[in-house]
Design a protein around this ligand. Structure first.
Ligand code: SF4
Length: 417
């Protein structure tokens, strides 16, 4: 992709300054929407663009907005900046270096669903970004872009920031809402869904930071332009966070549908010299472990292809590379220890399952297990699947079952010593 859309700050110095952002068409989309469009026009343009949520689920954004009922008020919009998936660091770059594009997207989403108050929820470790956003919000209020009766019309909008305390589970949208309300950050039973019973029990849209950063260019340049990027079912640009055993880790903005091979070898410079690529995870620690054969490497990174061809979610597109120096049982242990630590404990299958899996993977990784423990680990993981209250429990089993199935010899290598 020749033109950067989400990571424009790499080409435009000081884009995190309001005057610079405005000089580069900043807030023209918001002004155009509030002064010349109906909220439904904004919603329909986003729907037509085919934009899908970049937080992991890939649900169509415009359709999500259309679930907000018009007979229940007030409405809220919440930006999910609780970026905590191991291997994911794309929202951080947007927040640090292109914050106004994200804020403009949040403001457009708020206008589209007629919310007068919107929230940004940060993971606890992003306190510096929260401070920066507070300053940005203040500058927008001073510039008359936030506040009461904007552009001398009837629409008013206030933005608020809220800090989490560093819990991965608060990236789950209902746990996030509980946390903003001052309660323990644990997922809610669904239904009801946030579209009807969200923040403070009112209709709420929750969107990821990167999703919202896509909105201003869609309103500025139109859904037709947006659809010219990416694939038919997964349009638009995507930021891929590349990490692990790779020469040039980092964020890469590429059209959805780019192959894993192009990301890893053309942009990421391949694996360190003297090694060969062994596997990758497509969606951070929550993903299955995919053997890096030719078919996998040539798979397009879009929401359909990775799921259908590799049985792996694209998720937030955090691609972790594993080379032949890594024993997969070691990697599986790392992911399981993470999920055991982050399990909120609300439901038994996840609370107990991650506890027992963590014992087994540690035993295997430290060479203290026997061969039967591999089957026991696999059984515990499979017993958890489909029984957990939220996705975290399911995610914790992904690396385990795929690792044992595809790389059993790595586990056996450690248990046979
Ligand atoms: Fe909490 Fe895990 Fe149950 Fe989710 S699956 S509610 S994180 S215990």
């Amino acid at each position: 992709m020749s033109e950067l859309i989400l990571l424009r700050h790499r080409e435009i110095p000081n884009l995190d300054q309001l005057d610079v952002y405005q000089k580069h068409d900043g807030f023209s989309a918001f002004k155009k929407a509030v002064t010349g469009m109906q909220p439904l026009d904004v919603l329909n343009e986003v729907k037509a663009s085919g934009l899908r949520g970049r937080g992991g689920a890939g649900f169509p954004t415009g359709i999500k907005w259309s679930f907000i009922p018009n007979n229940l008020w007030p409405h809220y919009v919440v930006a999910n900046a609780d970026e905590s998936e191991p291997g994911t660091f794309k929202d951080r770059e947007i927040l640090e270096s292109n914050p106004y594009q994200f804020l403009e997207g949040l403001m457009l989403a708020s206008f589209a669903v007629q919310a007068n108050d919107a929230y940004v929820y940060f993971r606890g470790e992003y306190w510096q970004m929260a401070q920066k956003l507070d300053a940005c919000i203040e500058s927008l209020e001073k510039a008359g872009l936030l506040g009461e009766k904007l552009f001398d019309g009837s629409y008013s909008l206030r933005l608020h920031t809220h800090m989490g305390a560093g819990a991965y589970i608060c990236g789950e949208e209902t746990a996030l809402l509980e946390s903003i309300e001052g309660k323990l950050g644990q997922p809610r039973l669904r239904p009801p869904f946030p579209a009807t019973f969200g923040l403070f029990g009112k209709p709420t849209v929750i969107n990821n930071v990167e999703t919202l950063a896509n909105i201003p260019p869609i309103i500025d340049r139109g859904s037709g332009w947006y659809r010219s990027i990416g694939t038919e079912k997964s349009p638009g640009p995507k930021i891929f966070s590349l990490s692990g055993c790779v020469n040039k880790p980092g964020n890469y903005e590429l059209p959805l549908g780019t192959t894993f091979r192009e990301l890893i070898f053309t942009h990421g410079g391949g694996v360190p010299e003297g090694h060969t690529i062994k596997a990758f995870m497509s969606a951070g620690a929550s993903s299955v472990i995919v053997p890096a054969d030719d078919k996998a490497l040539d798979t397009p990174m879009d929401y359909e292809s990775t799921q259908n061809d590799l049985n792996a979610p694209l998720g937030s597109a955090s691609v972790i590379i594993v080379d032949d120096s890594v024993n997969i049982a070691w990697l599986v242990n790392k992911t399981v220890q993470f999920f055991k630590h982050e399990s909120c404990g609300k439901c038994t299958p996840c609370r107990e399952g991650t506890y027992w899996m963590s014992h087994l993977t540690r035993r295997i990784a430290t060479g203290k297990a026997d061969a039967d423990d591999i089957n026991l680990l696999d059984t515990v993981a499979k017993q958890m699947q489909g029984k957990c209250l939220c996705a975290l429990g399911e995610f914790s089993t992904m690396a385990v079952t795929s690792g044992v199935q595809k790389f059993r010899s790595d586990f056996e290598q450690l248990t046979n010593r």
